[in-house]
Design a protein around this ligand. Structure first.
Ligand code: S6P
Ligand code: ZN
Length: 174
């Protein structure tokens, strides 16, 4: 339970099916169109005086071997940073810059993750229960899903031999 709950954004597989590597698996799952994640946004004015804050619930699941994930984005004002705090479950914070730097951070309850200015960020549920984290970021940051929607991140996070592995994304162009 969140208090205040905030304004709910829902992302189902149909909202992001092109973002997964295994398009045949995605197509087959569309009949059920599973819920991938929900974001509860506390509404504050979108200017630099305020701090946006929200809680993401990313459900467990995979499309083929690739774990359920958020779309991922740069901030529209690209030098705006962000802080994540993990509340529940287990996941990976995946980050990259436009120069092709790439980094991952394991998150478990209590992990505080810092997303520095200029770094795109995506979350991946590598566990078998909902991965829940709170986020706070400058009010004017905005979201740029642009290139990530078509090319994705430098690496994709898949299950290999019972654990997660980051493998090269063939669609990624620096
Ligand atoms: C906002 C922050 C998160 C994400 C949320 C969903 O700056 O990084 O609240 O919005 O986890 O991810 P996405 O990539 O769909 O916005
Ligand atoms: Zn963000």
């Amino acid at each position: 339970a969140l208090n205040p709950q905030g304004k709910l954004v829902v992302r189902k597989l149909s909202d992001m099916r092109e973002m997964y590597q295994d398009q045949d698996a995605a197509q087959a799952m569309l009949a059920d169109n599973p819920l991938v994640y929900e974001v509860y946004n506390v509404v504050v004015p979108e200017n630099e005086e305020h701090i946006q804050h929200c809680t993401t619930i990313l459900y467990p699941g995979k499309v083929g071997q690739e774990y359920f994930m958020t779309k991922g984005h740069y901030h529209e004002i690209i030098n705006r940073a962000e802080i994540y705090f993990c509340l529940k479950g287990r996941g990976l914070l995946v980050m990259q810059t436009k120069e092709g730097d790439f980094s991952t951070l394991e998150m478990v309850p209590g992990t505080i993750a810092y997303v520095p200015p200029y770094w795109a960020h995506r979350s991946v549920n590598t566990g078998d229960e909902p991965f829940v984290f709170f986020a706070a970021y400058p009010g004017d940051a905005g979201h740029d899903y642009g290139g990530i929607e078509t090319e994705g991140f430098v690496k994709v996070i898949v299950e290999e031999a019972g654990r997660y592995a980051a493998i090269d994304n063939p669609k990624y162009v620096k």
